[in-house]
Write a protein that binds this ligand. Structure first.
Ligand code: UD1
Ligand code: UDP
Length: 388
């Protein structure tokens, strides 16, 4: 066996990539057979830094690329150009990327230009619709065209890749690393920071409805429609309080302030650090969201989700009945949320704990897959399996 460690260069830029790569970084750093180096593009700034801090991640490079209201073409160009300077100096054996952001695709493309193999964590998620979600569906499909080794969270994701003629020897069924991340930050007793009024809400006997919204295809009219639905819900149900950690995109901040900003039972919050957020999910009666990651986290915590998107690349929890799709229709959002608030039997069914996305061992499987694929160990990989 080669005595030199296998050199992995991991690149990420946004909050969800950081959360889902943190467990992988931890596992690879602990194994002497690997030498891990890290670059962040800084596609996100504050929201990325929150994750770096909570998982004590210290990147070797930070491109610091974020600009207010950044547009996709310029952002993509800046990432490729920045990484194009770094990769030739690093000469890694593998570039490791995660997910479906602009950072993901631009990093995979830069690696390809340098003829460096690419590993894709969270590969094979698909809606089959080019513009939904936008630009994520194309980001992940194109990344999968460029990749050499694939870490598919679920068997549906693995089947999607096989349908695209990717050879099975390159695909490893690992589970999603987000479940590892949830377990890493979970604590038995958690006390919320004072500015998050969970205790006061409980004292008033109210239930928490947690809201997040950020998708590009929802920006504008659709998001206004979603917020209008929330406004109607808060008037109709005097026993709920809405907690909304607002994404830092100025377009969302302005709209949230305009439609939701002046109600005593609607709490517009700063983006929350991951530990606070996961504990808030845990304390919530239900979650309204258009997020990808939250669709994976909430079912494991037994918290129902009303999904504010027309399409999802994560059909597993939809099939399990713990995620309910409303899209951006005001009527549908009110109907489904209302039913969850009023119909206890329906609520119990929908809040059944289920974990189709992982078992907390995805990062270890990714390490084993790398060892096996690059012939640093033999026959050690055991795939993730879920029996609903
Ligand atoms: C990005 C990803 C999306 C992912 C989401 C996770 C792309 C095209 N989109 O979307 O797939 O689901 O991250 O949250 O890759 N901003 C700040 N501070 C921050 C982060 C964002 O001020 O820490 C503001 C900036 O004005 C920035 C804007 O938000 O220009 C949009 O950020 P951007 O990364 O382009 O898009 P997201 O909607 O966050
Ligand atoms: N999240 C967080 N703080 C918040 C809101 C979300 O830490 O205030 C976490 C959440 O638990 C999930 C991830 O951020 O792991 C999802 O990020 P986002 O919804 O921005 O992106 P997506 O998953 O849709 O790509």
């Amino acid at each position: 066996m080669n005595a030199d460690p296998f050199r992995i260069f991991t690149i990420f830029g946004t909050r969800p990539e950081a959360i889902k790569l943190a467990p992988v970084i931890r596992v690879l750093e602990e194994d002497k057979r690997f030498l891990l180096r890290t670059a962040v593009t800084g596609q996100h700034r504050e929201m990325l830094d929150q994750v770096l801090e909570i998982f004590a991640l210290k990147p070797d490079y930070d491109l610091e690329l974020m600009e207010p209201e950044q547009r996709l073409p310029a952002l993509t160009a800046r990432i490729i150009s920045g990484l194009g300077e770094i990769l030739p100096q690093e000469e890694p054996d593998l570039v490791l990327v995660h997910g479906d952001t602009t950072t993901t695709l631009a990093a995979a493309l830069t690696a390809f230009y340098q003829q460096i193999p690419v590993g894709h964590v969270e590969a094979g998620l698909r809606t089959g619709k080019k513009f939904s979600p936008f630009p994520e569906e194309m980001n992940r499909s194109l990344t999968d065209l460029l990749a050499d080794i694939y870490f598919a969270p679920t068997s549906m994701n693995l089947q999607n890749l096989k349908r695209e003629n990717i050879s099975e020897e390159k695909i490893y069924l690992t589970g999603n690393t987000v479940i590892d991340a949830v377990r890493l930050i979970s604590e038995e007793r958690y006390e919320f920071p004072r500015q998050i009024p969970v205790a006061a809400t409980r004292e008033r006997g109210h239930s928490i409805v947690l809201l997040t919204a950020h998708r590009r295809e929802n920006l504008g009219e659709k998001m206004a429609e979603i917020f209008a639905a929330v406004r109607e819900l808060i008037s109709a149900y005097s026993q709920i309080e809405v907690f909304f950690p607002v994404h830092l995109n100025p377009r969302i901040q302005i709209l949230a302030e305009r439609i939701l900003g002046d109600h005593p039972r609607i709490h517009l919050l700063e983006p929350l650090d991951y530990q606070t957020f996961i504990n808030l999910v845990n304390q919530s009666r239900l979650v309204l969201t258009d997020s990808g990651g939250i669709q994976e986290e909430a079912p494991g915590l037994g918290v129902p989700v009303v999904l504010l998107r027309e399409d999802t690349e994560r059909p597993e929890a939809l099939e399990a009945g713990t995620v309910l799709k409303a899209g951006s229709s005001r009527k549908k959002i009110i109907e489904l949320t209302g039913r969850l608030l009023e119909d206890e039997e329906f609520y119990q069914k929908t809040s059944r704990r289920t974990n189709p996305y992982g078992d907390g061992r995805a990062a270890l499987r990714i390490k084993d897959a790398l060892l096996e694929y690059f012939q640093l160990a033999e026959d050690i990989f055991q795939p993730f399996s879920f029996h609903g």
